[in-house]
Design a protein around this ligand. Structure first.
Ligand code: SF4
Ligand code: SF4
Length: 247
């Protein structure tokens, strides 16, 4: 939710990040494929039917197998691997990234309090808050919308232009927190909500140039992107295998 950054750097960052992500996704997919293929074994087949046309060499874990076919064990093992091994490894790595964040401290520049953006209007955020969404509850408890889009546009013209280009066709809303003091410090520090306490928790969001956590971001960004790619692959594979196994 932070927003002061050199536009040219940001534009390059977005383009490069997309390219890198595509590459990381391909690598993650190949690594997961290899692990799942390693679980496949020809000995699973007990020749339950004579006219079975399943070709061991050409089956994939996403194929639909007959109800009693033992290749369903392969699919079960694959789901177990995705859920209980790969996902746990990812969680461990995420914890490591978080621990590294603890090596840096906020410099209290106030940038993340001056401009927050969301795809939701204030009314939508209020509705989400009423529906129990914790992030929205905390967000509307501190942030208020700028009176007009001209205000943040005057403060952060290039960045807002870039955001609008990047999220072409999507509406974006801009907010600020009135609790930020003129000295750049939070006037309600003790009571600030968790979204303020944990910011920035995701190294994949754009940080303000002044943010003291930029070094952490640089240090862990590729790992975080890789984990993101693995999570995407795992989610997609789980769904496909479960669909194949559904009767
Ligand atoms: S409550 Fe304090 S820390 Fe949170 S956004 Fe407002 S000024 Fe910043
Ligand atoms: S250093 Fe980062 S987290 Fe701290 S106030 Fe500045 S932008 Fe926010």
């Amino acid at each position: 939710m932070c927003y002061i950054i050199c536009v040219n750097n940001l534009q390059n960052e977005i383009i490069n990040t997309k390219k890198i992500y595509r590459e990381l996704f391909k690598n993650a997919q190949a690594a997961v494929d290899k692990q799942l293929a390693g679980l496949k074994t020809a000995s699973l087949c007990n020749h339950c039917t004579k006219d079975c046309s399943i070709d061991f060499n050409n089956i994939t874990v996403f194929d639909k197998f007959p109800k009693d076919c033992r290749y369903r064990f392969w699919q079960e093992a694959a789901v177990d691997k995705l859920e209980n091994r790969i996902s746990k490894d990812v969680l461990e790595k995420i914890k490591e990234i978080d621990l590294k964040r603890g090596q840096y401290s906020c410099s209290c520049c106030g940038s993340c309090c001056r401009l927050a953006s969301s795809e939701y209007s204030f009314e939508e955020l209020q509705q989400r808050a009423k529906n129990g969404d914790k992030f929205s509850q905390e967000f509307v408890s501190v942030f208020v919308p700028y009176k007009s889009k001209d205000e943040p546009r005057k403060l952060f013209p290039d960045y807002i232009e870039l955001l609008e280009k990047t999220f072409k066709g999507e509406e974006l809303y801009f907010y600020y927190c009135p609790k930020l003091g003129t000295d750049g410090l939070c006037t309600d520090y003790k009571n600030r909500p968790d979204i303020c306490r944990i910011f920035p928790s995701d190294p994949l969001v754009v940080f303000p140039m002044k943010c003291a956590y930029n070094q952490w971001k640089q240090e862990v960004e590729i790992t975080a992107l890789t984990l993101h790619a693995i999570i995407d692959v795992v989610g997609y594979y789980r769904e496909k295998i479960n669909q194949a196994m559904a009767d």
